[in-house]
Design a protein around this ligand. Structure first.
Ligand code: PBG
Length: 352
């Protein structure tokens, strides 16, 4: 690469390039910014619980709540007000059993939440997490055969969950279990039931990560024994992620998720370079909790660290980000310095 030289201001200095020229003011920085983030980029996860009038803060995820269905419309209205266009629903059922019956119950917490959401705020996109771990009494992601999750019987269960969510009005279904063959099975079942236009957002790349810790408190889905390493990916592998994505796209996935995000930015970038499909990154519970905890101790600036993190995930190649910061970040981006930067971005887009 040939570097253009700029004439130095001082005769005593040699020739050098002044890159600081493009950093001198917020306006100039805005003009040359390569990556921008805004409320449209964020998908807010919500935990739906049984009961009424419940808005219970999750200990390890300050600012995140378990919500009962009756308080959901208010939450959705606040999210819409902040500019958020999509939510991702998880359920905490009243009762758990071996078969995850609550997950495909037409009257289950998530199904009721979906019907309520589509009735009260039809323009909000509702994505359903399709998994069994919040609904099984043993906390595993499917039907057990001894101590192992039985792949094929679990796929049958996932199909039932996806269909029940489709019937409840989900706009997108998102299988998060990492069983083999679930995307093709869900696609076939949705098509047969007439849901040919319902997209599948598959967690194609989901690592066996310690960053899910706080989620398991939030959703009460900690496995009673063992772990998820027989189905979730080994954090040491990146090429394998491309195989997983290729398989899921081949099976009919419309959108793919890479999860977690912060420790896997290289995987997001590899996926972005290798495939044309939409890629969503999941900025998971542990990533959120770390920022919250350090900010509460006064060790970091929550707002700046969160926005820097979200920017880095988008810069790595994610089209959209599932993040617990969604509502706050959308709000921050609407005021102050950030709003000024956005204005410059909008103007430079308009001028282009
Ligand atoms: C499975 C599921 C999990 C998360 C999303 N979907 C938990 C797991 O695999 O143990 C984790 C999300 C997070 O940590 O924010 N239903």
């Amino acid at each position: 690469m040939r570097l253009e030289r700029n004439s130095p201001q001082s005769a005593s200095l040699p020739d050098f390039r002044r890159t600081r020229r493009l950093r001198g003011s917020a306006a100039v920085r805005g003009l040359v910014r390569e990556t921008t983030i805004g409320p449209d980029d964020f998908i807010q996860p919500l935990f739906i619980t049984h009961g009424t009038g419940i808005r219970r803060e999750i200990g390890s995820m300050p600012g995140q709540f378990q919500l009962s269905v009756d308080v959901l419309p208010r939450e959705l209205a606040e999210l819409a007000e902040a500019g958020i266009k999509a939510v991702f629903l998880f359920g905490i059922p009243e009762e758990k059993d071996r078969f995850a019956s609550g997950a495909f119950d037409a009257d289950g917490v998530v199904q009721r939440a979906m019907r309520t959401a589509k009735r009260e705020l039809p323009e909000m996109l509702v994505i359903g997490d399709v998994c069994a771990c919040e609904y099984t009494d043993h906390g595993h992601c499917g039907i057990l055969n001894g101590c192992e999750v039985d792949n094929d019987r679990t796929v049958e269960l996932l199909v039932r969950i996806a269909l029940s969510q489709a019937e409840a009005g989900a706009d997108v279904v998102a299988p998060s279990d990492m069983m083999d063959g679930r995307v093709v099975a869900i696609r076939a079942a949705l098509d047969a039931a007439g849901y040919v236009n319902l997209p599948i957002m598959s967690y194609a790349v989901k690592y066996a990560s310690a960053f899910y810790g706080p989620f398991r408190e939030a959703a009460a889905s900690m496995p009673a024994f063992g772990d998820r390493r027989s189905h979730q990916m080994d954090p040491a592998n990146a090429r394998e992620a491309l195989t997983e994505i290729a398989i899921d796209l081949d099976e009919g996935a419309d959108i793919v998720i890479v999860k977690p995000a912060m420790a896997y930015l290289d995987v997001i970038r590899m996926a972005r370079d290798a495939f044309d499909a939409p890629i969503v990154a999941y900025n998971v519970s542990g990533e959120y909790a770390m920022i919250k905890a350090a900010a509460q101790l006064g060790w970091i600036d929550e707002r700046r660290v969160a926005l820097e993190t979200l920017t880095s995930i988008k810069r790595a190649g994610a089209g959209r980000i599932i993040t617990y910061h969604a509502k706050d970040a959308a709000g921050w981006l609407q005021d102050g310095e950030y709003a000024a930067r956005r204005a410059v971005d909008v103007l430079s887009e308009w001028e282009a």
